[in-house]
Design a protein around this ligand. Sequence first.
Ligand code: ZN
Length: 446
Amino acid sequence: MMQALRAALREAGARFWLRDARVPASLAEGAPARPDAQDLLRLDVRIEEGRIAALAPAGSAEEGVSLEGGQLWPGFVDAHTHLDKGHIWPRMANATGDFAGALEAVTRDRGAAWTAEDIAARADFALRCALAHGTVAVRTHLDSYLPHAHTTWRVFRELRAAWAGRIAIQMVSIAPLDRFAGPQGEELADLVAESGGVLGMVTRLSGGVHDTLPPDYVPMLERFFALAEARGLDLDLHVDESGEQGARGLREIALVALRRRFRGRIQVGHCCSLAVQPEAFARETIARVAEAGLDVVSLPMCNMYLQDRAPGRTPRWRGVTLLHEMRAAGINVSVASDNTRDPFYAYGDLDMVEVFREATRILHLDHPPAGWAAAAGRNPARAMGIGAGVIRPGAAADLVLFRARGMTEWLARPQADRIVLRAGRVLDATPPDHRELDPLFAGAVG
Ligand SMILES: [Zn+2]
């Protein structure tokens, strides 16, 4: 069925109606229709010269290409990935499958194999996966340890230029918070600023009890914020990615942002430990995060994989943060890929359909599904400060078309037969063959 649709789209030219589409209401703007019980709008969408020209109630257009009630989404926005370490699994597996094993394996691989060519080949592979799956924008964290960080950032400045017009790439530094406390902090922040990046770090803080903080922690945070302020940088932080009850990095980040009246955007990722903390403590933290205007991104597949893993023991919790409570508090929440085929997550393909499908199952983003689709488009676009992830008149006609009509049809299958439109034209792209990467791994298969 999708082949016929694909053929019709190829012949449609530059001005045509996409008829009888179902669009998630939270991913549309200016739509003259009311959502149904599944939060879907029935629309006809006018495409003209690569842009969305108009939205009309389904049945308005007299001719055009019919989706026969299939869903139509805006191109996906993936706001938290790690393209620099993606796909190294065949040569550097995670022996234990847990966080410590991941850190150890990646550190070894980075030291042994991350030449500019190696990084570029793996990242380009990952971007071609994302493109074929319908993604239009990707934010990637980059392991930033000096002096090697200069190589990685150069590779990604080049990739960003090479991919312009296909995938908008944003880069973020990641290194432990204490690295920013010394003279390296200035050099790293300068590198990020000169590269047009976002300043990021990772904090895994365990105080053991909620009111105990290492004495140098808040000063280090203040120093980190000051580095960003001096350069006008936004922040993107890995926060409390653990099941430690005493972790309170998230709260301290919100408090520092409030105290300093930080003017940039701040995205925080993971925040896993919030889900294992006492209700009152979690509620108070969420209130401060909302007050500080932090954007939160949950990485459900990676969290489910790494958190609560112990040999011979069945995991008891899902690893994800309190996304429902955060959204209810008015926080801008997203879901994203995180790692792909590396020691932090052995699977994945930068496919936001998979991410949203798994997020729905892991986080119960259903019954009712109201508004959650925004977490794969509008919300991450807002966190990244870009205009994408929404179907509205005037927006680029970067769209993903599905055969699936209702949400159970959409969530039941991988939607591998989806059609990606870029600027109103069918995109000829399939995910690359994993065999392409064989030369990087001496033929090893992961
Ligand atoms: Zn991450």
